[in-house]
Write a protein that binds this ligand. Sequence first.
Ligand SMILES: Cc1ncc(COP(=O)(O)O)c(C=O)c1O
Length: 368
Amino acid sequence: MVGEAVRGRFPVLASKVYVNSCSQGALSDTVRAAYEESLEGWDANGAEWGFWVERSEAARTAFAGLLSARPDDVAIQTSVSAAVSAFVSALRFDGERNRIVITDFEFPAIGQIAHAQELRGAEVVQVEATPEAVAAVVDERTALVCATFVSYRTGAVHEVEAIYAIAREHGALMLVDGYQGIGALPLDVARAGDVVVGGTVKYLLASAGLAFMALRPGLVEELVPTQTGWFADEDIFEMQIERYRPHRSARRFDAGTPPVPNIYAGVAGVGLILEAGVPEIQRHVAGLVERLLAGLEELGASVAAPPRGPLVCVRSTDAPALVAALAAEDVVASERDSNLRVSLHLYNTEGDIDAVLAALARRPELLA
Ligand SMILES: Cc1ncc(COP(=O)(O)O)c(C=O)c1O
């Protein structure tokens, strides 16, 4: 179910035009109830850490279902930053293969973590987010290629599968940041990269403090992270302090006490997405984007990149002022890089698009 049929589950939509899922998905009754359930469990059970393990497994199973991955190949973390830091801690950059290739549209988390590896011998090369530009710099010296699925700055959907083919050809690993697309656009994880990361704040409709990392089957055995925690041990319940004994599965990339309340919310959010179905959400959102683009053209507005996903970035003469002008009309949007970001999801409707367009039409001087 998408559009009008699900709007009732998102109370904020009664008073706002919410086109800000690229920042944070709207709060649903289901996710609110999940948080309440976590608090009730706290009262009822106290700190039952065996139960935290169970919750962590529930999150792993939910993400695995969403990504068509095996739970054993999915790690649970509290942010993409933490997941990627754990991942790169398992790589070595002190030999011939020390290059990390990043694209111009990485989120700061990825770019900054890549540069942090310079302290461990890595050389970071930044290129345009196209297969051609990546092909020009990837060779036997490349350890890792990082690419982002959907740009948080332009809304462009990048050709991650083609970039992955280039990385593979040269024996490099590939990391895909799927945060800005997963939940609204299908991503074939197996074809996208060796490692795919994302989190629950945006199109997965939950809160901060929960992220996942899906690894290609078989990869985990090759990687031993040095950034670790006790939930990454082969047997957490043994509580041993004699040795480092990473779990045989992707759990070796987990960390410490899992973010239990966020897991309740995350599992509920992913549940809403699976209930609606990602292909159905994609179809619904594509229709809305088409309507938005037609209206923008009539207004003489331009977009930063041809949108093939849920995020449309509208060029503005003063993006913060435009966001404020829209907020004054109860339209919730955001901005980056002189662009207004309008992002659409399962709960948006043609009415939302028309409201955004009407608000923009009242501020032509803020459109570039
Ligand atoms: C593409 C992308 N990656 C990563 C993040 C967030 O990373 P973290 O979970 O480390 O805060 C965001 C959030 O805005 C994002 O848009």
